[in-house]
Design a protein. Structure first.
Length: 256
């Protein structure tokens, strides 16, 4: 399962030992972008909780009475399998765990630092999944915005000259000192306006701020690419490449 937003990621804990569940619950509570939605003491209740809550990540014990962790996974449908973190006191199951496409293998007893490292790895994997899902859906998502933007217009003044620009032609808008540069249909129009004022006049369902100096027409996003730093960048239909700031990333993903 994937999410488009950056969080909170939904988590389920499955372990037959109450102290182990308490430890996982306490440590997970420190991670503000994760939310515990269910806690289970055996495999059968875990299957019901996963089917109902549709979590993004599952912290799953291997050895449990009645139904072990691997049996739980076999019972789940392919469309509801979250990111798996096996949590166990036995290292001999590691190979089998990764055969089941586990993201991490958390060996008991573990330190707070080890748990934080595991969560950070899970966080990166969930973001990768979300971006991949968005990339697959992007053509349909963008085509759905086309009808809304076609009839709207932006009116701006450049000195004594007034420009009437169809929003469908606007690819992106950038801040330049006391002006904005509007990139539309192969031309660049300078207007003495603030980026905030322009943003308030554009269709909020179609245009999104991607960093403090740029607004994009989401219909004109050609690709969303991860970069080595963990950030993302956009490739627009006119060839422009823009960085997506962390401040505006969640809002952009939600808009899409």
């Amino acid at each position: 399962m994937t999410k488009i937003s950056a969080g909170p990621w939904r988590a389920v804990i499955v372990d037959d030992e109450p102290p182990a569940r308490q430890t996982l619950r306490m440590l997970l509570a420190r991670e503000k972008d994760f939310a515990l939605v269910a806690e289970c003491g055996h495999g059968r209740s875990a299957i019901e909780a996963i089917a109902s809550a549709r979590p993004d990540v599952l912290f799953l014990d291997v050895r449990m009475p009645g139904m072990d962790g691997f049996a739980v996974l076999r019972e789940l449908g392919a469309d509801v399998v979250p990111a798996i973190v096996f949590v166990t006191a036995y290292d001999r199951y590691a190979a089998q765990a990764f055969e089941q496409h586990a993201v991490e293998y958390l060996l008991k007893p573990f330190t707070d630092e080890r748990f934080a490292d595991v969560v950070d790895h899970v966080r990166r994997r969930l973001r990768e999944r979300a971006l991949a899902s968005l990339g697959e859906r992007l053509p349909d998502l963008l085509s759905g915005t086309a009808a809304r933007v076609d009839r709207r217009q932006l009116v701006v003044k450049d000195g004594s000259r007034t420009h009437v620009i169809p929003e469908a032609e606007i690819v992106w808008v950038e801040a330049e000192d006391y002006y904005v540069g509007i990139h539309a249909n192969g031309r660049r129009i300078l207007a003495r306006e603030s980026l905030k004022t322009i943003e308030e006049r554009l269709d909020p369902d179609v245009f999104a701020r991607v960093h403090r100096s740029a607004i994009v027409n989401t219909r004109c996003i050609k690709a969303i690419e991860p970069v080595a730093s963990g950030d993302q960048r956009l490739v627009l239909t006119d060839g422009t490449v823009l960085r997506v700031s962390r401040t505006h990333r969640a809002a952009l993903m939600k808009r899409l």
